[in-house]
Write a protein that binds this ligand. Sequence first.
Ligand code: SAH
Length: 326
Amino acid sequence: MWMGREKGMSSPRKLYEMIRRLGYPEEIAKAFGEIPREEFIEVESKDAYSDSALLSYKGENFYSTSSQPSLMAEFMRDVGLRKGMKVLEIGGGTGYNAAVMSKVVGEEGLIVSIEYEEKLCSLAKENLRKLSIENVLFVVGDGYYGYADLAPYDVIFATVGVDEIPKYWIDQLSDGGKIIAPMNLKSISYYQPAILFKKNGDFLAGIYKSATNFIKASGMLGNLNERLLKSFQTCEYYLKKISMLSISMPVLEVLTASVGKIGTEYFFVDEDCSAVHRNGEWLMCKECLRLKRAVKSLEKENFPDLISSKFAFNSKRTDFWVERIF
Ligand code: SAH
């Protein structure tokens, strides 16, 4: 393993200071200061303590990256990570972020981390063992299904771009629990909006946090696009038709981010737009109404498969609405 030529000059302390300087909570900064990131980078790297995403492993048909530390700190702050919490991480990689989070939740907390690639999972386990970290459980699997055995979780923390928030996650999240997830958009491939969801009684509310760039998920978590390709083609056509530029980011979020089902009511909120699903109907305000009007004004002859002009978001995924319409 590469042991870091610049040891001494460059150390976890550098990340501690940087995260602190950026104003993140002390316990988060401290956790970064306690984990030697270089131990998790399985390829040659110049500076493991720079604030950048780094390639951590290169396999034949897959690779993994260690996410940008300041972005991880932002996610940790946004979900309110603290002592004693039980966290489900999706996309464990070689284990770096799980190790950092394990320090924040402390011995009374637990991190369950799911990694799709077996090789990475065993590397991660080895890395954690070497550092005597015992409050992280690494499992191989498709994060789509979560990990029911240890549910409920206070936090679900995705470090991989996902196509949807699966029902399993919502079921495995405690009331008041939070999910942070970079969401793969259908129409934009170069970044993923990170959406913070909060489960609150019968509602799941989402708020757009930042533009991010993660590896796109494999398995069920990442192939929804293919499963929905047909309806998405229609969606793309539709988006072009009403002019992409006229649709603001929040509306795109509503179109593409998933909204989880809890009971019979669904809720999506962000800074400029909100939508509530009640009695089989979405009630929208601001930007959504603009979109609704645009949909109504579409000419029917352009859409031979149009069976109903009723505008409705689907209960589970907002971007299913195309299927509802056509
Ligand atoms: N948290 C990691 C970052 C890993 S990058 C770290 O700190 O190093 C994203 C990881 O998600 C990759 O290792 C990739 O193999 C994994 N991944 C991709 N699809 C997945 C899926 N469906 N379920 C679980 N993990 C997945």
